[in-house]
Design a protein around this ligand. Structure first.
Ligand code: AHM
Ligand code: MG
Length: 275
């Protein structure tokens, strides 16, 4: 059931990768949160909608790239960011696909997630899944999942930090936090949530896209980005926060609501919450 959803995402990854080179242009449209859409964003969304709704176990499909949900009877709800970090496509940097599987209609609390996963289209295509208390990483080999790391936990000694937004748009509280981190760890910011989160999972540290003065709810979307990433990081022994509570405790009122996002090693997220 959940495996069927993971498998269909993996099976779609080679086509996504293959089509990217010819779909980097703008589609001259905006998604529901006002981001400019590339042809690839819309194409990937349509591909995933068709494949995922074909599964008997899925009854609802929601995407960062479309205003309303699609339904097909009973079953799990799947929320997807088809191409995370698609602005990286023009500069040929990393992008991803993010998926959350909920046992509830959407929008809903992150506590109703029962699985989450992401694909990272990097030098190799990998997929990380969180389900049933375990985080696993696979190489996506011609659409098949070949195990790489099982039972992943965040490294105990954090090494990296990555912070989104511009510094003059950060709040005084976040600036203070950033100052305390900067002398200790190495900066790495890739501009796609999934590549930034994957390196935290690999090397330890913190990734944040904080509340901005110009956007108090930050940039990232609760259902499509924050919930699934928080589920994966917390299952791997890390913590997530919106600056106040775990991202999994958030129940967005609307499908496309945003939230500040902080994920990483427990000690670092706790320090931030205690400021
Ligand atoms: P997208 O999914 O529409 O591409 O937007 C989300 C991306 C995240 O992957 C990344 O963390 C953030 O936006 C980057 O924002 P910025 O361009 O401000 O660095
Ligand atoms: Mg996107």
């Amino acid at each position: 059931m959940i495996e069927d959803i993971f498998n269909i995402i993996a099976k779609s990854a080679p086509s996504i990768r293959h089509e990217l080179s010819t779909r980097r242009g703008s589609s001259n449209t905006q998604n529901p949160t006002g981001d400019s859409q590339l042809a690839a964003d819309i194409w990937a969304d349509n591909l995933f909608a068709e494949k995922i709704l074909e599964l008997d176990s899925v009854g609802l499909y929601a995407s960062e790239e479309r205003e309303n949900v699609l339904t097909s009877g009973d079953g799990f709800s799947v929320a997807i960011d088809p191409l995370d970090g698609s602005s990286n496509l023009l500069s040929n940097n990393m992008i991803g696909t993010i998926v959350g599987v909920y046992d509830s209609i959407l929008p809903t609390s992150g506590r109703n997630l029962i699985a989450a996963a992401y694909v990272l289209y990097g030098p190799i295509t990998t997929m990380v899944t969180a389900y049933s208390g375990s985080v696993n990483e696979y190489v996506v080999d011609q659409g098949n999942l070949r195990p790489l790391r099982k039972g992943i936990t965040l490294p105990k000694k954090p090494q990296l930090y990555g912070f989104g937004g511009t510094e003059n748009d950060w709040t005084p509280k976040f600036k203070k936090y950033a100052e305390s981190i900067r002398n200790e760890f190495k900066p790495r910011y890739g501009g796609s949530l999934i590549s930034d989160v994957n390196q935290i999972l690999t090397y330890g540290g913190i990734f944040a896209y904080p509340a901005l003065i110009s956007s108090p709810t930050g940039k990232l979307r609760t259902l499509f980005e924050a919930h699934p990433v928080a589920y994966i990081i917390e299952t791997a022994g890390g913590l997530s926060s919106n600056g106040d509570v775990s991202l999994l405790d958030l129940s967005p009122e609307n499908l496309h609501d945003r939230t500040p996002l902080y994920v990483g090693n427990k000690t670092l997220i706790e320090e931030l919450s205690n400021l």
